[in-house]
Ligand binder design. Structure first.
Ligand SMILES: [Zn+2]
Length: 250
């Protein structure tokens, strides 16, 4: 597997999103700005992390399993971007296990790791935590790293191992701890380790909503049809105004 090629691809997509390779990125919101992409959150059971479906017209739908933790969802979205931009298959259904499966699945995992945690940014973060880059990373260091990059514990360990900042033995040791509690004890907010709240497990963002609005504005569809399309996309909040309170100007 050509690691340099995957690192370059991750850099290209970072640049496309207007980001350099030195900092963490907010991938969930960056993706909402992509022109041809519809993002769907949907609870999919325990084995599937995400799905990427591309159309011949260049539009793409990415669905993310909202039952996974927020950190894991971010990795899954980065993984699906590999299928969107670089995979010839039109449909990909992706397993939850990181670093396993067919070659394209493993490539997408490595791409995702470099997209969320570029080696330079990871190196700089480690230098900020340790005086000596070669000294052993503690569990606390790993938690500080995953909180900084907003990725799951497993994702952080996977990339630290890929970049040889930890050994396979340390990976296994740190993998088998109750990370949420450890992070809370260090003073971190533990949202990263929790799934999406129940009321937000079904939701759609991006192109689909934009297209529906355009059709309404051009009077190609009725208001009733428009609302039906929104309800199909789990956006009853937009139809019935379920959000509490009005807009706050700040
Ligand atoms: Zn995949």
């Amino acid at each position: 597997m050509d690691l340099t090629d995957l690192m370059t691809k991750a850099e290209i997509i970072r640049k496309k999103m207007g980001e350099d390779c030195n900092s963490p990125i907010d991938i969930l919101s960056l993706v909402q700005n992509m022109d041809n992409l519809t993002l769907v959150y949907y609870p999919m059971g325990s084995n599937i992390s995400g799905i990427c479906i591309k159309n011949k017209d260049g539009n793409c739908t990415i669905a993310i399993n909202s039952l996974m933790t927020l950190g894991r969802q971010r990795f899954s979205l980065a993984h699906e971007l590999y299928h969107y931009y670089f995979d010839e298959n039109m449909v990909n259904i992706c397993s939850k296990k990181i670093g396993t499966g067919e070659e394209n699945e493993r490539k997408a995992d490595i791409f995702a790791s470099y997209l969320l945690m570029p080696r330079t940014a990871l190196y700089e973060k480690i230098v900020s935590l340790k005086n000596d880059i070669s000294s052993k990373l503690t569990l606390e260091d790993v938690i500080r790293i995953e909180q900084y990059f907003k990725v799951s514990h497993q994702t952080a360990l996977y990339q630290l191992l890929n970049c040889r900042f930890i050994t396979k033995r340390e990976f296994e040791l740190y993998m088998n701890i109750k990370v949420r509690r450890e992070a809370e004890l260090l003073g971190f907010n533990s949202d990263l380790y929790k799934p999406t709240s129940e009321d937000k497990q079904y939701c759609t963002y991006g192109k689909y909503l934009n297209l529906a609005k355009q059709m309404l504005d051009k009077e190609l569809i009725s208001n009733g049809k428009y609302e039906e399309l929104l309800l199909d996309a789990f956006r009853s909040d937009l139809v019935y105004g379920l959000e509490e309170g009005g807009d706050v100007i700040d």
